[in-house]
Design a binder for this molecule. Structure first.
Ligand code: PFF
Length: 446
């Protein structure tokens, strides 16, 4: 069974794939702007704390269920359930995860399409194809649809190639490129006037906001979205992980990479915004808040690149390459969730599953792009604010309350035989059983 399902060939391959899923638009766009509008380093501290005490335990829950069951999200949750009722609950939670991730991908592909169009734009300009470049630069429904379709074709092709030849191969290439571009761009932006003011806005904490409920909700939502939790992505990637791997350690590395890249992205985006301000670009909205929504990426930053002359072309190219890579390694992880279910439970071939489900997502994305003004926010709110934390809560309930504790220990001991005496085993079971569900519930009710 294992062979026909596929398995990551190495720890590095898994690390690149799982951190590729985690690191996405949420880190490079969402995190820095959330931090800027929520008290700078005060948000950073809250986020780090929540990532450590809430998101990491929830991530471990998904990885452990996945590696134990070696199957898609629905079957996995049913396998660890004992009675009929919990099996039914397993089916419902797994299935809702699949539906949620399919809809997340539908809106994610729209935004990723913009990134892709803006990545091609400097190339067209470089070759002197000015009318193509202008068409790519300006927001239009036709451009958005064509770009999202191309982006989905890339996503579908990688998933179609399988776990090792698709997901792992591309994550191994793209993630080191992403980290290199991110570091190089941050270093470059630091040499420009205004960068230090941006750094202050990012790093000087406004502690009056730490206790605010809004900040807590934002930081938790950010942590869950960023680690791709609740919708079965990490469960499915965990199901392709070798039994020899030390799960607590490898999960810790994924969380660290995710948080580290988000923090690093803050060192790029906020200084870049203040550099833009210095060059005369508007970075505050009419209420005096930093522009954080789509305008930041599709207008503020491109305006900044426009003031840089010919270097700007190269900077724009690198920046949107970074955004496209971040989107692609996340979108493939999303498509893998329904595809693995269709292959294992509905007996689809991998290519039939990737093309039909990917095609369905593409149609949904086109509908969202065509009705952007009202539909986009509705889908984002329903999936990431309502469904995702609730599903995260159920994953913790499955591990804390439904799955037998000795079976969990046995699974973690593969790859870390002494885990029983470790601090992880002293704290984590208690955490997923009580603290995580309660904390998620409290923040959710906010
Ligand atoms: N973690 C991704 C990001 O930060 O952009 C988004 C994401 C990927 C959410 C995969 C959900 C998911 F299943």
């Amino acid at each position: 069974m294992t062979n026909s399902r596929g398995e990551f060939s190495s720890r590095f391959g898994f690390l690149m794939a799982a951190s590729g899923s985690a690191v996405g638009l949420g880190n490079i766009w969402g995190f820095p702007t959330n931090a800027a509008s929520n008290g700078g380093a005060a948000f950073l501290f809250t986020y780090l704390l929540l990532a450590l005490v809430l998101a990491y335990p929830a991530l471990m829950a998904e990885l452990i269920i996945g590696r134990h069951s070696r199957s898609n999200a629905v079957t996995a949750l049913q396998l660890i359930s004992v009675g009929e009722k919990s099996k039914l609950l397993g089916f419902l939670v797994g299935f809702l995860g699949i539906v949620t991730v399919t809809f997340i991908l539908s809106f994610y592909a729209v935004v990723s399409g913009w990134m892709f169009a803006l990545f091609i734009e400097p190339i067209a300009r470089f070759f002197g194809w000015i009318s193509v470049a202008s068409w790519l630069e300006f927001d239009s429904t036709a451009r958005n649809i064509i770009a999202l379709v191309l982006f989905m074709v890339l996503t579908i092709s990688i998933i179609n190639a399988g776990v090792q030849n698709g997901i792992e191969k591309w994550a191994r290439r793209l993630m080191p490129a992403l980290i290199t571009i991110l570091i190089a761009l941050s270093l470059y932006v630091f040499t420009l006037p205004g960068a230090l003011v941006g750094l202050q806005a990012y790093l000087i904490p406004d502690f009056t906001r730490v206790a605010s409920a809004e900040l807590l909700v934002d930081a938790m939502g950010q942590a869950f979205f960023s680690l791709s939790l609740g919708v079965g992505t990490m469960l499915v990637y965990g199901s392709y992980l070798s039994k020899e791997e030390n799960l607590p350690m490898i999960g810790g590395l994924v969380a660290l990479l995710d948080v580290g890249i988000a923090v690093l992205a803050g060192l790029l985006i906020l200084p870049a915004m203040y550099v833009a301000l210095e060059s005369g670009v508007e970075i505050f909205d009419s209420q005096g808040n930093l522009i954080a929504g789509p305008r930041l990426i599709v207008s503020v930053l491109p305006n900044l690149f426009g003031t840089m002359g010919s270097v700007g072309l190269f900077v724009a190219f690198s920046f949107f390459a970074l955004m496209t890579i971040a989107s692609l390694t996340s979108s493939i992880s999303m498509l893998e969730v329904p595809v693995s279910y269709a292959v294992e439970e509905l007996n689809f071939s991998r290519s039939r599953a990737s093309v039909s489900i990917g095609g369905f997502v593409t149609i949904m994305s086109i509908l969202i792009a065509m009705n952007f003004d009202w539909l986009f926010d509705v889908v984002v709110t329903l999936t990431t604010e309502l469904s995702q934390p609730l599903l995260g809560l159920f994953f913790c309930i499955f591990v804390g309350w439904i799955w037998r504790r000795d079976a969990i220990l046995e699974e973690i001991r593969c790859g870390s035989p002494n885990v029983q005496n470790s601090i992880f085993w002293k704290i984590w079971p208690f955490y997923v059983k009580f603290i995580c569900p309660l904390a998620i519930l409290m923040v959710y009710l906010q």
